[in-house]
Design a binder for this molecule. Structure first.
Ligand SMILES: [Ca+2]
Length: 86
């Protein structure tokens, strides 16, 4: 019984992610764990471990860190709506 409840919760979590299309709608500031207004690759991987491969794509100037404009531009280019309430 407990196990099946767990499976249902897990499934609903996965379904919610699928409906969202991706988990790339993260707010920039929710990924900037040290608050320096730059998201390094380490911060990015910590926030989005399944999406680490998009870091280089989002890092338009190849500086090794994302600034807010780069992240917003990247999301816009993907048609991703930011969700501040997630
Ligand atoms: Ca940072």
């Amino acid at each position: 019984m407990g196990r099946s409840v767990f499976v249902v919760i897990l499934f609903l979590g996965l379904a919610a992610n699928a409906i969202a299309g991706s988990n790339l709608n993260r707010c920039f500031y929710s990924m900037d764990s040290n608050g320096d207004e730059m998201v390094t690759v380490d911060e990015f991987k910590a926030a989005l471990p399944d999406s680490a491969d998009v870091f280089e794509e989002a890092d338009a100037d190849k500086s090794g860190a994302l600034d807010h404009d780069e992240w917003e531009s990247f999301k816009s280019s993907k048609g991703i709506e930011e969700q501040h309430n997630s």
